[in-house]
Design a protein around this ligand. Structure first.
Ligand code: NAP
Length: 305
């Protein structure tokens, strides 16, 4: 039997792994996609303490992973279908049909990028529609691109794209950005960026590849076509909680409710990182959640087993 099964290998899950395994617990991380979570898509992380020059999301995660491996964390690249509570322990059912018995579970499965849901989005994904500027930005060297959204991700990635594209439109549905001020100021000062406010994408248009957007001004209802070569969509995220929705208490937006020990409504099941109700979703807060969850799991095991 495992002491801790951690669902998700992003900053929260990897940090929980470091703390649990370093504390002598038999620890397994289940990650169905790639280790690292959303942060591996970030070209540069500027606000994680200890790296005054900044560090790429990928490099930061490589360091997290090395540290977890050093303390003996095991990894399974299988998705988790469901969790069940037995009398003495928890059963974690994997997508390959197998079942892992564990004393505690830490849910750190993060969140996934939202889709716009407009015509053309699905058809042109990978053909000019992207959700990752770091991955796909290089295809748009000296071209014109649009970024949809007004949050930190949209503005940060638009700034990154100015290193490659000749022109970057930021299209936002309101006239005020949600992003933090330092990012807003940088974007406003950048000559390659042009804002189109109060506008929504009605259709992503193209032939074989994307060649334009049909935009609607939300105030005047006027429709306009904008010629572009690529579109990067950053319209928020949704927590990956569907697989536990029938047993774990969620808020109205689907985020897991925890107490300050990261414990959910079920004893011995914890949540950490972007998946839980929290006032700040950053690498540093995800890592801190992971550390608290692992320490709580250790105390629970010591008191129960
Ligand atoms: P977010 O903060 O939820 O912002 C999403 C943006 O997309 C908002 O501007 C929203 O508009 C817009 N939007 C949502 N649905 C839309 C739709 N259907 N059509 C058009 N626009 C739509 O999401 P995020 O930027 O991905 O950030 C997620 C979390 O990660 C946040 O907590 C953020 O602070 C954090 N983060 C931090 C950093 C950093 O610190 N460096 C970097 C990236 C992300 P409204 O403003 O009108 O709602």
């Amino acid at each position: 039997m495992h002491d801790v099964v951690i669902i998700g290998g992003g900053p929260a899950g990897l940090t929980a792994g470091v703390y649990a395994a370093r504390g002598g617990l038999k620890t397994l991380i289940c990650e169905e996609k790639i280790i690292g979570g959303q942060i591996v898509l970030s070209y540069e992380v500027e606000n994680y303490p200890g790296f005054p020059q900044g560090i790429s999301g990928m490099e930061l995660i490589e360091n997290f992973t090395k540290q977890a491996e050093k303390f003996g964390v095991e990894t399974s690249y299988e998705g988790v279908k469901s969790i069940e509570e037995d009398r003495e322990c928890k059963s974690v059912y994997l997508t390959n049909g197998s079942c892992i018995k564990t004393k505690t579970v830490i849910i750190a499965a993060g969140a996934s990028a939202n889709k716009l849901g407009c015509p053309g989005e699905k058809k042109f994904t990978g053909k000019g529609v992207s959700y990752c500027a770091t991955c796909d930005g290089a295809f748009f060297r000296n071209k014109t691109v649009a970024v949809i959204g007004g949050g930190d991700s949209a503005i940060e990635e638009a700034l990154y794209l100015t290193n490659l594209a000749k022109k970057v439109y930021i299209i936002h549905r309101r006239d005020r950005l949600r992003a933090i001020k330092i990012l807003q100021d940088r974007a406003m000062e950048n000559k390659k960026i042009e804002f189109i406010f109060n506008s929504v994408v009605k259709e992503i248009q193209g032939d074989k590849l994307v060649n334009g957007l049909l935009l609607e001004n939300r105030k005047t209802k006027e429709l306009n076509r904008l010629d572009i070569d690529g579109v990067f969509i950053y319209v928020g995220v949704t927590p990956n909680t569907a697989f536990v929705a029938d047993m774990i208490k969620l808020d109205e937006n689907g985020y897991i409710i925890t107490d300050d020990k990261m414990e959910t409504n079920i004893e011995g099941i914890y949540a950490a990182g972007d998946i839980r109700v929290t006032p700040l979703r950053q690498v540093i807060t995800a890592a801190a959640d992971g550390a608290i969850a692992a320490s709580s799991a250790q105390k629970y095991i010591e008191s129960k087993f």
